[in-house]
Write a protein that binds this ligand. Structure first.
Ligand code: OGA
Ligand code: NI
Length: 211
C-alpha cells in the first residue's frame, strides 16, 4: 500500500502541474497479465466489437480508428477487474480531494488494436459551451497491457502538448504501450493519436466522468 500511495501522490502532482501523468507498474504484474489474457480471449472468441467514434461527424471516416473494444462492468465478479476498479476508485477519491475535481463515475473498455491499427488524432471530450450533457468525460486513463513491448514495435500514444486546444499543435511526446504503464490526461485539453504497431496492441481505457 505504501507503494500505491507514492504512485498516487506522483500522479496528483503531475496532473496538477502538467495536465497529464504517466505512472509505471500501476498494478501488480500478475494482474496486468491476467487482464491481457482476458482481452485476448474475448478478442479471439469474437466477444469484442469494432469501435465507432461518437456523433462528431468529422470523426466518421471509416479508418479513423481500428480498435475492437469490450466494455467492462464495475460490478463484475472477476478478481482482476475488481482490483482495477478498486485502484481507480482510490485514485478518484484522492483526485477529488487534492485537485477539487468532481469525478463521479467511469466508463471503461478493453481495447485491442490489430497489427497496423491506428486511432487518428482526436480529443476524447470537446469543451462544451452552452450545452452541458449530464455526464462529461473529464479525465482519460489508459492502462497498457503489452508484455515486453519494444520501441521498434511502434504503437505509441502520441500526446500533443502545449496549447493543445489547437488541432495544429505539433509539440508532442510519444509513449510506448508497455505493460503496467498508466497514462492519465485531461480529456478536453489533449489531442492525441495511436500510431501503427507491428504487434497486436492491448489496453484498458477508462474515462472518469463529472457529475
Ligand atoms: C482512446 C485513445 C489511446 C491509446 O481510446 O480514446 O485515445 O493509447 N486511446 O490506446
Ligand atoms: Ni482518445
Amino acid at each position: 500500500m505504501q507503494k500505491l500511495h507514492t504512485h498516487l501522490n506522483t500522479i496528483i502532482n503531475d496532473l496538477s502541474k502538467n495536465g497529464y501523468a504517466i505512472c509505471e507498474n500501476f498494478l501488480p504484474e500478475s494482474i496486468i497479465k491476467a487482464l491481457a489474457a482476458e482481452a485476448e480471449n474475448r478478442f479471439n472468441n469474437g466477444e469484442m466489437h469494432v469501435a465507432k467514434t461518437g456523433k462528431n461527424t468529422s470523426l466518421q471516416q471509416p479508418t479513423f480508428r481500428n480498435d475492437s473494444i469490450y466494455w467492462l462492468d464495475e460490478d463484475s465478479q472477476n478478481l482482476n477487474t475488481q482490483t482495477y476498479f478498486t485502484q481507480m476508485h482510490v485514485l478518484k477519491n484522492m483526485l477529488n480531494k487534492s485537485l477539487l475535481l468532481n469525478l463521479h463515475d467511469m466508463e471503461t473498455h478493453l481495447a485491442v488494436y490489430p497489427i497496423s491499427g491506428v486511432y487518428l488524432k482526436h480529443v476524447d471530450q470537446f469543451k462544451q459551451t452552452n450545452y452541458a450533457p449530464k455526464q462529461q468525460r473529464l479525465l482519460s486513463s489508459i492502462l497498457y497491457l503489452n508484455d515486453n513491448w519494444q520501441a521498434h514495435d511502434g504503437g505509441e500514444l502520441r500526446l500533443y502538448l502545449n496549447n493543445t486546444n489547437s488541432e495544429t499543435a505539433n509539440n508532442y511526446i510519444d509513449i510506448l504501450p508497455s505493460a503496467g504503464r498508466l497514462v492519465l490526461f485531461l480529456s478536453a485539453d489533449f489531442w492525441h493519436e495511436v500510431l501503427p504497431a507491428t504487434r497486436y496492441r492491448i489496453s484498458l481505457t477508462g474515462w472518469f466522468r463529472a457529475r
